[in-house]
Write a protein that binds this ligand. Structure first.
Ligand SMILES: Cc1cc2nc3c(=O)[nH]c(=O)nc-3n(C[C@H](O)[C@H](O)[C@H](O)COP(=O)(O)O)c2cc1C
Length: 303
């Protein structure tokens, strides 16, 4: 019999397909969707305090992917605990909170504030957002800074700690190893790439922030490669992200060495994307006579 359950560190998930941060909000629409297919949800990124984010326009579609510069708009920890965590506590799948900060200690403080709140099952540390002036990419680019943030969070919680990596580095393996040594339970790869689109009539960038994070199918081959490189570098699970719209896309990440995947931009185009990807993986495993996603052949040669 084919089962879809996967294990990420100590966290058992009923399926390998997760909702990616920022593309599922705080999950308030989840009751309208097919939640049976959700392995877990990662909430929209928050900081300790409320943030307004960047001015509109904040989203631009290009012929080969979407650019966004939301700037991590969010309600802050207190409102998240009050308004959203109680909803999550009733759900039959875990919710991880995507956490952000302007310093390692601010990340740690946020984790401590959210630790033990019913409804919050873990953290995804965002050290890879290109759309904020402070924090974001700075931490994801430098192995020492990435490790310091991971350690600051690890010290303040016993919940699972995942770290989301940026593709904007020369060697993702170096960052992956630094974060693993600092106590991460899993890695998520990748966040968006920095991109830009110009309005020729106006003679200026289409996004008010000038640049934005590129997501969608355009980034998938790069994402598969980088998730594979990260998985080769570490012994903790890697969750693949980037341009997944169909089961075949997700299977590429799994065979490249990932233990699970997240689906983001595709949900904007097809609200059933997560269910379609989940069901397609199940059908593939069955057709191949495999018992679970972990039985897929892994292509993980170590150097
Ligand atoms: C509108 C939007 C908002 C996002 N917000 C966040 C965020 O708050 N934190 C984060 O770590 N990633 C955020 N992301 C990145 C996604 O989680 C994901 O890593 C990226 O979009 C690549 O996957 P995809 O091609 O399936 O969308 C956001 C992406 C989009 C499109």
């Amino acid at each position: 019999m084919t089962g879809m359950a996967v294990t990420i560190g100590d966290l058992k998930l009923r399926g390998p397909v997760l909702a990616a941060s920022g593309t599922f909000g705080y999950g308030t629409e989840v009751p309208l969707l097919e939640r049976r297919a959700l392995g877990a949800m990662v909430s929209k990124g928050i900081f300790l305090r409320p943030r307004r984010g960047t001015a509109p326009p904040r989203i631009v579609e290009t012929p080969s992917g979407m650019l966004n510069a939301i700037g991590l708009q969010g309600p802050g920890a207190d409102a998240l605990i009050r308004d959203y965590a109680p909803l999550w506590a009733d759900w039959d799948f875990p919710v991880l909170v995507n956490i952000n900060g302007e310093s390692a200690s601010e990340y740690g403080e946020l984790a401590a504030r959210l630790d033990g709140v019913p409804g919050i099952s873990g953290f995804e540390i965002n050290i890879s957002c290109p759309n904020v002036e402070q924090g974001g990419l700075y931490f994801g680019n430098d192995p020492r800074a990435a490790a310091a943030v991971t350690e600051a969070v690890r010290k303040r919680t016993t919940l699972p700690v995942w770290v989301k990596l940026t593709p904007m580095v020369s060697d993702i393996g170096v960052i992956a190893r630094a974060v693993e040594s600092a106590g991460a339970d899993a890695l998520c790869a990748i966040n968006t790439l920095v991109g830009m689109s110009i309005d020729l009539n106006a003679g200026r960038p289409r996004l008010s922030f000038r640049t934005g994070g590129l997501s969608g199918p355009a980034i998938r081959p790069l994402a598969v490669y980088l998730a594979h490189q990260a998985a080769r570098a570490v012994n903790i699970p890697v969750i693949g992200i980037g341009g997944i719209a169909r089961a075949e896309d997700a299977l590429e990440f799994l065979v490249a060495g990932c233990a699970a995947v997240q689906v983001g931009t595709a949900t904007f185009v097809n609200p059933r994307a997560i269910a379609d990807v989940h069901d397609g993986i199940a059908a593939y495993l069955k057709a191949k006579g495999l018992g679970s996603p972990a039985d897929l052949p892994r292509h993980l040669p170590k150097d």
